[in-house]
Ligand binder design. Structure first.
Ligand code: ZN
Length: 502
């Protein structure tokens, strides 16, 4: 098998017969603070380019930074949620390198004195728990954004000019780095995805970031290496940059494993480099070589005072932690009377919150799950969007469930009512009213339809009268057809029986 770039690939299952993967993840999270890391500029997304800048974040001479306390608190809370040790004294550092989107000529980050270290996050894949060790959580500032114009893929290669937007320069960024994760074997791609998924859930629960991957609030670099099974040393790793969806995290690891196996099979060596992930093909291509370590000439930032969180402050922040997603899932699994596997389906479907809110709005857990995992999941899938992006609220789903329980609509009519809700026609009750979807009672209209079905199918009616009771189904079907599904099948059956057998 070959790719566009001419790489050979080994079949995934075959990779595991000869090699052991080790993965690692570096995740950048843009904090949702109102102002930037070292100045008072706004962080609102989508503003006109270069309207949210000042002498500090533009790196003008003589400007002095001041650290954003809310950003430090958010970072400490993230560290605590990941079970990290919080440093009682640490400093920011200058990472020196020139890049057009770094107007200062250095990035203010943390180097050998991160705010949080030595944590862990347990993730579950197919009922098995994998412990991901967290090496460090540190605070830094985001860069500006280069826009390469004229190239095919938005990359600098092939572009005819570039523009820079400094609105993003200086937005607080938390970097969360795992230790290498060995031992996941064939599950390595899924463990990588499960880790980012769980981390995202935690960040959401903490309320520290919007964590929208498509907006770049959460960006992932995925490290992958392979070593021959039995080797004590790990292989050379590649670093796939800015993988911007959960699905892509999994695909990037899978692809790198298959590509690296082909390189090693050919007796060649894997180059230590960054790689770009291509969303359209699911492949990676070479970026920058990392064969030689870059010397960034780190040194402690002289313009900022050290950060020294005392025990009291850390304890106060610890008390603000919400119920974390894993604990919450365990509680809901019990409350809803479902199995861990069923909870895993809800997690995979991104439906835990939606079901929870639907239950809170009055639906039974069973009904809420049935709708979100069934009809609604199917529609989200058809539309190619996330469940949460469907134009229906949990409260509306609960209302729909209520209409079914009350017998106002049957399942089929409820699905038609859902069509109307999704089309923006109003609440389920309003749609049922406007579209005339309520189940027909034993009305004149239904009596007429039942009589017409008997008259229109004399042979079937005769069979039923003669004792072939199961033939009644054809008559029920005829009534359902004339009433366009609005009759209640059980009622229709009873009315037919009364007429033919009673
Ligand atoms: Zn600024």
């Amino acid at each position: 098998m070959t790719t566009m770039t001419g790489n050979r690939l080994v079949d995934f299952d075959e990779v595991l017969t000869r090699y052991e993967p080790v993965i690692g993840l570096e995740t950048h999270v843009e904090l949702g603070t109102a102002s930037k890391m070292f100045c008072g500029c706004s962080t609102t997304f989508g503003a006109e380019p270069n309207t949210q800048t000042c002498p500090v974040c533009l790196g003008l001479p003589g400007s002095l930074p001041v650290a954003n306390e809310a950003a430090i608190e958010a970072t400490i809370r993230i560290g605590l949620a990941l079970g990290c040790r919080i440093a009682n004294w640490c400093r920011f550092a200058r990472k020196n390198y020139f890049y057009p989107d770094i107007p200062k000529g250095f990035q203010t980050t943390q180097y050998d004195e991160p705010l949080a270290t030595a944590g862990h996050l347990d993730v579950e894949v197919d009922g098995e728990t994998y412990r991901v060790e967290i090496e460090r959580v540190h605070l830094e500032e985001d860069t500006g954004k280069n826009l390469h114009v004229g190239g095919a893929t938005g990359r600098i290669h092939g572009a005819d000019h570039s523009l820079i937007d400094y609105n993003r320069a200086g937005i607080p960024l938390v970097e969360i780095v795992t230790r290498p994760i060995p031992g996941a074997g064939a599950k390595a791609p899924e463990v990588a995805r499960a880790y980012v998924t769980e981390l995202r859930e935690i960040l959401l629960a903490l309320g520290v970031s919007e964590v929208r991957m498509e907006q770049g609030n959460l960006r992932c670099d995925v490290n992958t290496s392979l070593a021959p099974i039995g080797d004590l040393e790990w292989g050379t790793r590649t670093e796939t940059k800015n993988v911007n969806s959960l699905r892509s995290v999994e695909r990037a690891v899978r692809f790198e494993m298959r590509r690296q196996a082909a390189v090693l099979d050919a007796g060649e060596r894997v180059l230590q480099e960054t790689r770009h992930f291509h969303e359209d093909t699911g492949t990676t291509s070479p970026g920058r070589s990392k064969e030689e370590a870059t010397d960034y000439r780190y040194f402690p930032e002289p313009d900022l005072v050290p950060v020294a969180p005392d025990e009291e402050w850390v304890a106060k922040l610890g008390a603000t932690l919400p119920e974390l997603p894993a604990a919450r899932r365990a509680r809901l699994t019990e409350e809803w009377g479902i199995s861990p596997t069923e909870m895993a389906w809800l997690v995979n479907a991104g439906a835990v919150e939606l079901v929870s809110e639907t239950v809170a709005a009055g639906a039974s857990p069973a009904d809420a799950r049935k709708w979100w995992l069934g009809e609604l999941a199917r529609r989200a899938n058809d539309a190619g969007i996330d469940l949460a992006a469907l134009a229906v609220t949990p409260a509306q789903v609960a209302e729909l469930v209520g209409l079914v329980s009350a017998g106002t609509v049957n399942d089929q009519l409820a699905r038609q009512a859902l069509d109307g809700v999704l089309a923006g026609e109003g609440s389920p009750t309003e749609v049922v009213e406007a579209r005339g979807l309520a189940v027909m009672g034993e009305s004149d209209e239904l009596v007429t339809a039942v009589d017409a079905a008997i008259e229109g199918n004399p042979e079937v009616a005769e069979k039923v009268r003669g004792g072939k009771v199961q033939a009644i189904g054809a008559l029920v079907g005829a009534v359902m057809k004339t009433t366009r599904g609005k009759a209640d099948a059980a009622t229709v059956k009873r009315m037919l029986e009364e007429r033919l057998l009673g």
